[in-house]
Design a protein around this ligand. Structure first.
Ligand SMILES: N[C@@H](CCC(=O)N[C@@H](CS)C(=O)NCC(=O)O)C(=O)O
Length: 204
């Protein structure tokens, strides 16, 4: 399998899930500005939507959308326990979190990435994100991960998007449970490996 990624982007979520699942994964970097892959191919030929992540699986099929990829990868290695079995109430709880993270947090950052966004809109965007962080912080009270003591694909996704606070100067100071969660996930060996592979950590 090959994952098309950009360092630190939402493609880091399927990257982490693949490593946590023990799956073998090739990585190909994408320059999002020019939409060109590291092998000098137009990325639009890979994913006509033009954004990462894209995952090319064994038979050559290309799959896209973080929400689909993290479930697909976790389902390839059920023994890793990264997602509850399909059809169980626990699975729907993880799906609920994935939906929340995708639409309220991942896309909630959107205006902050656009240099032409007016300051007032940026401020409103930050306030809305803080409301979402407050909810997550409350949900994490007394538990290590979103659904309890077991790390799931939803935790990988949450970690990646909340990490963007570092790019936009958003403090997590008011959210101690979320802050502890970020440190807990960052300390996982497979997360460290993923960050290192994307050039986001200095080699030891
Ligand atoms: N709906 C897509 C959104 C993916 C997305 O937002 N990708 C960003 C990086 S995090 C990107 O590649 N942006 C560049 C662009 O849209 O041109 C998903 O959930 O996978």
């Amino acid at each position: 399998m090959k994952l098309y990624y950009s360092p630190g982007a939402c493609s880091l979520a399927p990257h982490i899930v693949a490593r946590e699942a023990g799956l073998s994964l090739d990585l190909e970097r994408v320059d999002l500005a020019s939409r060109t892959t590291a092998s000098d191919r137009s990325f639009l030929e890979v994913n006509p939507k033009g954004y990462v992540p894209a995952l090319q699986v064994q038979d050559g099929t290309v799959m896209t959308e973080v929400s689909a990829l993290i479930q697909y990868l976790a389902d390839q290695a059920p023994q890793a326990g990264l997602i509850p079995a399909a059809g169980t109430p626990e699975r729907y709880k993880v799906l609920e979190w994935i939906g929340f993270i995708a639409t309220e947090i991942h896309k909630g950052f959107g205006p902050l990435w656009n240099p032409t966004t007016p300051d007032a809109v940026k401020q409103a965007t930050k306030e809305r994100l803080f409301q979402r962080f407050a909810y997550v912080d409350q949900q994490l009270d007394g538990r290590s991960y979103l659904t309890g003591e077991r790390f799931t694909v939803a935790d990988a996704y949450l970690f990646v998007v909340v990490n963007w606070t570092n790019f936009h100067g958003l403090s997590l100071g008011n959210y101690p449970n979320l802050t502890a969660f970020m440190a807990r996930v960052a300390a996982r060996p497979k997360v460290q490996e993923s960050l290192q592979a994307e050039g986001l950590l200095k080699a030891a």
